[in-house]
Design a protein around this ligand. Structure first.
Ligand SMILES: Cc1cc2nc3c(=O)[nH]c(=O)nc-3n(C[C@H](O)[C@H](O)[C@H](O)COP(=O)(O)OP(=O)(O)OC[C@H]3O[C@@H](n4cnc5c(N)ncnc54)[C@H](O)[C@@H]3O)c2cc1C
Length: 396
């Protein structure tokens, strides 16, 4: 059986390894567009901040892949899929015949269609090439602007500041990470990052990137010009679906797949960030890896398929840990908060019908597992509610 996996990110690499282990004798080819060996995308921020070097980022050596029965082809972009002929065509025109195809192309960083967006010095934040471009720019220090104050934008800002750049984050909402944090935790985080020299323009929107031959500044809608020799756009991600759409597969926000990660074509599975599994697109590495495991099992005729769980998000920037999970908005819910200004410690819990539905932890995230468990299992709180904000030690 010839199996071709498209995309050597965490999901594709895990799927290739698991499929090879579960189907002895299968010829597994892993085609990745990037030049490097498979690496830990989540750790890119550590590379940017100077906490690790490239070798520590790599997750699998060429030898380990070969020994596991996976033929890895770096620098191999699949440009088209001919499903009738069961053939994946590389950008160089080479045909890879398959009996089974696994699509794991991930996402791409959204680029705002602003005037000047194509100027040199404007980068997204998705892969090793982006980080290398940022590191080159950071060598000259100077000003950087990060557009987008979500998780990725803040990690980029913290990394560039650690490299000596003067960083301003432009964010459209009143506080950063508004999807994971409530206003108070967001304000605490912005203050803490401000203490490390990172400035925020919030709420603010960008109307143009300016410069001659290279970006020199970011023009805001209020007329201000923020000088910048590097602009990082961290305004969201979009699943890579073009290849699947052109191959005639069913595509919504992502490539549509069932719990076994099969598309409507039984010879094609889709998984990771490029997939839309039973209506849900993911944006974190843990569920992407779970999908890879489930897909390999399903291909071997085993397992229960993949089911969504409550997502949680964790961030550690400028020495401050933040974590959130579930519904943190609190509409129709009751809000429990605990705030120690002296200790820079804050907690917000959202309770509905005697159950914990969402949590934000700022400053100390050691109890995240306890809260995630309560949210996921939907356990009745009962008497535990009165001491819930103090964590598992007191909430009995
Ligand atoms: C800087 C950064 C920090 C992050 N931090 C966190 C975090 O703290 N926690 C967390 O859970 N998640 C985090 N994420 C998200 C996490 O990295 C993703 O959820 C995960 O990488 C998704 O895995 P994937 O394999 O589906 O896609 P990807 O990792 O995007 O891999 C897809 C691969 O496919 C390749 N490809 C695309 N098209 C083709 C083609 N046509 N032919 C061949 N190859 C192709 C791409 O080049 C890419 O290498 C972070 C992401 C970034 C960028």
């Amino acid at each position: 059986m010839r199996i071709v996996v498209v995309g050597a990110g965490p999901a594709g690499t895990r799927a290739a390894l698991r499929v090879s282990a579960r189907l002895p004798g299968a010829a597994v080819t892993l085609a990745g567009a990037e030049a490097a060996l498979p690496y830990d995308r989540v750790a890119l921020s550590k590379l940017l901040a100077g906490e690790i070097e490239v070798p520590a980022l790599l997750t699998h050596s060429a030898r380990a892949l070969r020994d596991a029965g996976v033929g890895y082809r770096p620098g191999t972009r699949i440009a088209a899929v001919d499903r009738a002929a069961k053939r994946a065509i590389t950008a160089r025109g080479e045909a890879l015949d398959y009996d089974h195809l696994i699509l794991a192309m991930g996402s791409q960083a959204v680029r705002l269609p602003l005037p000047g967006a194509e100027l040199p010095g404007v980068v997204g934040y998705r892969d090793l090439a982006d980080v290398r471009a940022m590191l080159r720019a950071a060598e000259g220090r100077g000003n950087a602007v990060v557009i987008g104050g979500g998780l990725l934008g803040l990690e980029a800002a913290a990394g560039l500041a650690a490299r000596g750049m003067r960083v301003t984050v432009v964010h459209a909402v009143d506080w950063p990470m508004e999807r994971q944090l409530d206003a108070r935790a967001g304000a605490l985080l912005a203050t803490r990052m401000g203490g490390r020299g990172i400035r925020f323009a919030m709420p603010a929107s960008t109307v143009a990137l300016e410069g001659e031959g290279h970006v020199q500044g970011v023009r805001l809608s209020d007329g201000r010009l923020l000088p910048a020799r590097l602009v990082v756009m961290a305004v969201g991600i979009r699943p890579q679906v073009a290849l699947a759409r052109e191959a005639g597969l069913d595509v919504g926000r992502g490539i549509k797949a069932d719990r076994g990660l099969f598309t409507a074509d039984p010879a094609v599975q889709a998984l990771g960030e490029c997939a839309e599994v039973e209506g849900q697109c993911i944006g974190l590495v843990a569920p992407a890896l779970e999908q890879a495991e489930a897909a390999a099992a399903a291909l071997a005729g085993q397992g229960q398929g993949w089911a969504a769980r409550t997502d949680s998000a964790a961030l550690k920037v400028s020495g401050t840990a933040v974590w959130s999970a579930g519904d943190i908005g609190g509409a129709d819910g009751e809000i429990l908060t605990l705030h120690d200004e002296g200790e820079d410690f804050y907690r917000r819990l959202v309770v509905k019908q005697d159950r914990l539905v969402g949590a934000v932890l700022y400053g100390d995230t050691a109890d995240s597992g306890f809260y995630l468990d309560l949210i996921t299992r939907r356990l009745p709180l009962g008497r535990m509610r009165a001491s819930l904000a103090f964590g598992p030690g007191l909430a009995a």
